[in-house]
Write a protein that binds this ligand. Structure first.
Ligand SMILES: NC(=O)c1ccc[n+]([C@@H]2O[C@H](COP(=O)([O-])OP(=O)(O)OC[C@H]3O[C@@H](n4cnc5c(N)ncnc54)[C@H](O)[C@@H]3O)[C@@H](O)[C@H]2O)c1
Ligand SMILES: O=C(O)C[C@H](O)C(=O)O
Length: 332
């Protein structure tokens, strides 16, 4: 039986993440190889010509799953009937800036786009905010779109999760696919806490704790953490542009696992609405370990948290509380 196409919105589609992301979606990397797609691409007037060019290339690539392309600078047209919204539109940080330095420009975009999504997207639309400051933009979107269920609004910390997997795989010289269950707690910023206390590596059919295999707590508790926290800045320094292919790929991972489910025994990190789990203030958009089934995420419960982790988890929560009040002061 033919499957109806799903409508996927990408905002900021003429930008560098957008350019990497739309072909991945059109090839099935986000919603699977059998799911037809109609792509909705939004950008602003100064990027309208570039957006047209992206649409031309999508047509030229002749993707079999791509059943239509809407390329527009009209936010209402862009949001109409979308089932998935990937919010990339905004201003990236440059060398020497922290992510919250792009706050005033970006939170006002998310306030404005919240109502367009609320009024015109499909009622069960799943929203992923990528643009920085990602957690706080998602929080603003949630607060200004009160009729969208809070469970449907998330932000991207899967890139940090994948970076953590990558660092462990490099250190142990094992395949990245054999490393699992790292956790990113908190903010997608330099206060995030990459935690390997529950992570494992599968070797010769059995699972071993990452801590045991690395056997170097000093490295795990210092250099590993700062490398993951600072990876975004390192990419900006090297490329003079912020990460794009890895961000696009991680956005596909985030939505794919959310919609199609996480493999048994595996969790991933997602920035989601806090329900107070692990003592994190309810209402923040905070990155937790989650499992997904039937299109719903659930925070993994009952993990043992030591004093070292507790302090780092609270520190990044505190930054999110401060970002929230800074965001509101930018909106006033
Ligand atoms: N969460 C993450 O892991 C992660 C990773 C990488 C980048 N980012 C962030 O993603 C965002 C995009 O990065 P990029 O490198 O693609 O930037 P970019 O400047 O190349 O592209 C951004 C696009 O957004 C468009 N835009 C601006 N205002 C808009 C609006 N109101 N509506 C729709 N589109 C609008 C711009 O015209 C531009 O085409 C940045 O905020 C960046 O910091 C987040
Ligand atoms: O660090 C940035 O500003 C871009 C992005 O958030 C990243 O982590 O690569």
């Amino acid at each position: 039986m033919a499957t109806d196409p799903l409508r996927v919105l990408v905002t900021g589609a003429a930008g560098q993440i957008g350019y990497a992301l739309v072909p991945m979606i059109a090839r099935g990397a986000m919603l699977g190889p059998d799911q037809p797609i109609i792509l909705h691409m939004l950008d602003i007037e100064p990027a309208a010509e570039a957006l047209k060019g992206v649409k031309m290339e999508l047509i030229d690539a002749a993707f079999p799953l791509l059943k239509g392309v809407v390329a527009t600078t009209d936010v209402v047209e862009a949001c109409k009937g979308v089932n998935v919204a990937v919010m990339v539109g905004g201003f990236p940080r440059k060398e020497g800036m922290e992510r919250k330095d792009v706050m005033s420009k970006n939170v006002s975009i998310y306030k404005a786009q919240a109502s367009a999504l609320e009024q015109h997207a499909a009622p069960d639309c799943k929203v992923l905010v990528v643009a920085n400051p990602a957690n706080t933009n998602a929080l603003i979107l949630k607060e200004f779109a009160p009729s969208i269920p809070e469970k449907n609004i998330t932000c991207l910390t899967r890139l940090d999760h994948n970076r953590a997997l990558g660092q462990i795989s490099e250190r142990l010289n094992v395949h990245v696919g054999d490393v699992k269950n790292v956790i990113i707690w908190g903010n997608h910023s330099s206060t995030q806490y990459p935690d390997v206390n529950h992570a494992t590596v599968t070797t010769n059919g059995s699972q071993k704790p990452v801590r045991e295999l690395v056997a170097d707590d000093k490295w795990l508790n210092s250099e590993f953490i700062t490398t993951v926290q600072q990876r975004g800045a390192a990419i900006i320094k090297a490329r003079k542009l912020s990460s794009a292919l890895s961000a696009a790929s991680s956005a596909c991972d985030h939505i794919r696992d959310w919609v199609l489910g996480t493999p048994k025994g595996t969790w991933v990190s997602m920035g989601v609405y806090s329900d107070g789990s692990y003592g994190i203030q309810p209402g923040l958009i905070y990155s937790f370990p989650v499992t997904c089934e039937k299109g719903e995420w659930k925070i993994v419960q009952g993990l043992k948290i030591d004093q070292f982790s507790r302090e780092k988890m609270d520190n990044t929560a505190q930054e999110l509380i401060e970002e929230k009040s800074l965001a509101y002061s930018c909106l006033n």
